[in-house]
Each structure stands twice: as C-alpha cells, then as structure tokens.
Design a protein around this ligand. Structure first.
Ligand SMILES: NC(=O)c1ccc[n+]([C@@H]2O[C@H](COP(=O)([O-])OP(=O)(O)OC[C@H]3O[C@@H](n4cnc5c(N)ncnc54)[C@H](OP(=O)(O)O)[C@@H]3O)[C@@H](O)[C@H]2O)c1
Length: 257
C-alpha cells in the first residue's frame, strides 16, 4: 500500500467485503477512472489471495482496527458490501475523518439505521438495501404511474434461480411502495435466473409492464459508482439511493422548462 497523493479529481475508495458481491463491485470500481480503489478489506486474510486480479491489496482485518487502515492508506470514501457488524467497526473513524460512506448492507436493523443516520451528522452517508440503478429507477417509475393511475390493477412478478427460498425483498419493497398487498406478488423459481422483477399495470384497454432484469452482479458496482460520484457533490447528511436519483431526475425534467 502506498500513501501517494491521489490523481486530481479521483475519489480514493476502500471496499469492505470481498464475497460474491464485493468481488463484482471491485471489478467495476477498479475499471472506472473516476475512482482509485486503494484496498479491499475482508474478515480474514487469505494466504492465497493477498491481491485481487488487478493488483489491489486484499487485507484481512482480523483484530486490526480500521483507524490503522485509514492511517496507512487514506481514502475519501468507503463502500460496504460485508455485514451489518462492520458499521460499528468503522463508524466512529469514518465520522471523525469525514470519509463518505456508501453502504449496501441489506440487513440493517432499525437500530443500525439510526446509528447510520447519526453518522450523517459528521459525514456523507448513503445506505441502500437495493443498490442497482435499474431497480431504483423502476420503483420511482412505478410509484409515478401508481400516482397518476390509482385505478389500474397492479401485480408484481419476480423470478429467481431455483434455490432462492424466500420472496424477493425487492418485490416486497415494490409492493410496500405502491401500497399493494403482498398477495399481489407472484414468485417463480426456475433454473439460474439472476433476478427478474416486473410490475404489471392493468388498465381497461391497455397494459403497462415495467421490467428489470439483473444480468450480472457487476450491476451492484455500477450502483455503488453512481452513489459515490453523486454523494461527492452532496453536503454531509444521510441519504438513500432515491434521494440522489430523484434529485437527478428533477433536474432532467426541468431542462427546457
Ligand atoms: N444493496 C444491494 O443491492 C446488495 C447487493 C448484493 C449484496 N448486498 C449485501 O452485501 C453483503 C455481502 O453480500 P455477499 O453476497 O457478497 O456475501 P458473502 O459472499 O458472504 O461475502 C461477505 C464478505 O464480507 C466480508 N465480511 C463479513 N463480515 C465482515 C466484517 N465484520 N468485517 C469485514 N469483512 C466482513 C467477508 O469476509 P471473508 O471473505 O473474510 O469471510 C466476505 O468477504 C450482504 O450484506 C448483502 O446484503 C447488497
């Protein structure tokens, strides 16, 4: 690890979590010239993998405090794809140093979220249990259509790989946002489908289908990159992915008004 000055304009990033999602996120961030992915932290070091495929150090935290990591290899932002416990391991240091945080952890409790909101008083914090740009856009679009056509029937279809036991959390979030009953969700489990969500609006003489298809886990990296770049232009505070996306959409809609 080096402590050289970052390239002008690049955001120095540390990534926590090097599992199924973290690996894909690392691929995207290390490929994007807007970011300087400086290190990847995981729970335990692996003797066989001290660097990722592009040469970025993969560090086992073990008993090592985050303060030491931040001191040796400073970053401007932290991206978390590990587990809910990590928040408490780095929270204080992130707040003290003003490091921006993009957390994709899906399983935060209300207490965890309260802690993250408090961190937002010291730095920029974004928490998103659904970090793909496409799904967040679909939810906003569905919400808009529901608002202008509350009379339309709504059904939600989700399809995933054979082994996924539970109803998709994203489908439940869509149902909650549209204020439709959970019974309106149909789940299909077949083959190796990564993730398919469809909101179907049934009008008397027409049908509108909003569909999102996940192709690869790299989509989480694209979402994290979107969050990092837009969070960089925000004041300190607590944000959701919606907050950033809505701000951008409002600006787009105002063009030419
Ligand atoms: N928001 C979204 O759209 C989205 C999408 C995908 C995943 N996620 C979230 O991302 C997280 C990881 O998912 P995954 O499927 O990649 O899981 P995974 O394959 O089990 O990987 C978890 C990774 O996190 C590391 N880790 C766990 N606890 C840690 C800790 N306390 N400190 C440091 N590193 C720790 C593990 O370290 P070791 O390798 O040493 O075990 C591992 O590298 C989950 O919370 C999931 O909800 C969110």
């Amino acid at each position: 690890m080096t402590t050289e000055t970052p390239m002008a304009g690049t955001i120095r990033v540390g990534l926590v979590g090097y599992g199924k999602a973290g690996r894909a996120v690392a691929n995207v961030l290390s490929d994007d010239p807007r970011f300087d992915l400086r290190w990847i932290a995981r729970r335990q070091a692996s003797a066989s993998q001290t660097h990722d495929d592009t040469g970025i150090p993969v560090i086992g935290l073990g008993q090592r405090p985050f303060a030491e990591l931040f001191e040796n290899a400073p970053v401007d932002a932290l991206v978390d794809f590990s587990s809910r416990e990590s928040l408490y391991a780095y929270g204080e240091e992130v707040g003290r140093r003003g490091i921006a945080l993009v957390s994709a952890i899906s399983a935060y409790s209300e207490e965890d979220l309260e802690y993250a909101r408090r961190l937002g008083k010291s730095t920029r914090v974004l928490c998103s249990p659904n970090i793909t740009l496409g799904i967040n856009f679909l939810i906003i679009a569905a919400r808009l259509l529901r608002g202008v056509a509350p009379f339309a029937d709504v059904e939600i279809l989700e399809q995933h790989f054979k082994g996924k036991p539970e109803v998709s959390g994203t489908a439940r979030k869509i149902a909650e946002t549209l204020e439709v009953d959970g019974g309106s969700i149909t789940s299909l489990r077949l083959g190796g489908i990564v993730g398919h969500h469809e909101v179907i609006f049934g009008f008397p003489h027409q049908t509108v289908r909003l569909t999102h298809e996940s192709i690869r886990r790299e989509a989480f990296g694209t979402g994290a990159a979107f969050a990092l770049s837009h969070l960089a232009g925000c004041d300190k505070g607590f944000y959701t992915f919606d907050d950033l996306l809505l701000r951008l959409m409002r600006a787009e809609l105002m063009v030419g008004q």
